[in-house]
Design a protein. Sequence first.
Length: 281
Amino acid sequence: MSFSVNTNASALSALFNLNGTTRALEDTQTKINTGLEISSAKDNAAIFSIAQQLRADLRGYNAVKQSLDRAISTTDIALAAAGSISDLLIEMKERSVAAADAGLDPVSRNALNEDFIALRDQIGIIINNAEFNGTNLLDRDAGGIGDDVTAITNPAADQTITILHQDLTLTSGLMAITAAETISTQANASSAVSALTASLATVNNVLTVLGAGAKSLESQRVFADKISDTIEIGIGNLVDADLAKESANLQALQVKQQLGVQALSIANQSPQSILSLFGGG
């Protein structure tokens, strides 16, 4: 058995083991603090790269959901407005049929006409207010062109759903009635009945188109939620730490660290035994 005051092999070994335990303890504490088994490329470069790509896809789907939400809101407002216009046309047709009666007195026809005009003008007000985020599916701009609504449906933004603009203004070609339509005479009233019948058919068709579009948007929105949840779960499966396991590891490593400190202390005291060789001489 040899003794040396220059080199303490047992202390060096104890220190090496203690440093290893400390590093493992720091790693475990990081996993517990972050909740991640793999928090950087140095932990596992391949898995980290896959997780980062999935995170990018997840952010992309967040943008997709925002786009779909805007389109849904715009379409819902257009649907509500078109439904109100349909109700107004039905009331206007009632007034027109009544005014087309040849036996109606002028005073009554004039009252019906005033009511008809008030209803007619409400259509324009409704259309002007059927706007969301600067987009109106039912009006038209100065150039006679309206805005379509387009929503992206995938993170690459190369797939979309488009809801076509439906011009329901009384100065367009879709509506048979005009902004100057009246039922002031029997002839005008009879003409208005035909125009209103055609206009109702037009608005009902618009409601069908917008309703189908809104259904498609909502279906895509539900799908975007589902796929986002699936991606998020997938990322968790790849990089999340098992906190129950790490908690057990933490307690074990803390005990090992304490024992390592004690072992190092004992190893550091062993050279003191050399002094006994020189005692009592």
